[in-house]
Design a protein around this ligand. Structure first.
Ligand SMILES: [Zn+2]
Length: 74
């Protein structure tokens, strides 16, 4: 399920690449840059309602530029 179409993501704060909401095994979400690989912290969810609010929170975090750099040599 990728129904986050109404959530706006700015371009990557580091490289201006495209950001995408990623879902990890159905229990947590994060936003990742498809170009440089930097990402927000992962946030777990426990229900569909929580999943939507987590996605919105992550989008805000991403849009504020609060991202983690990918590991060196990754
Ligand atoms: Zn990037």
């Amino acid at each position: 399920m990728h129904d986050f179409d109404d959530i706006e993501l700015f371009e990557c704060p580091r490289c201006h690449g495209p950001g995408l909401i990623q879902e990890e095994n159905g229990w947590c979400l994060y936003v990742e840059c498809l170009d440089c690989g930097c990402h927000t912290a992962e946030l777990p969810f426990h229900s569909e309602e929580e999943r939507q609010s987590v996605a919105r929170h992550l989008a805000t975090t991403w849009n504020l530029g609060k991202v983690i750099s990918p590991a060196i040599g990754d």
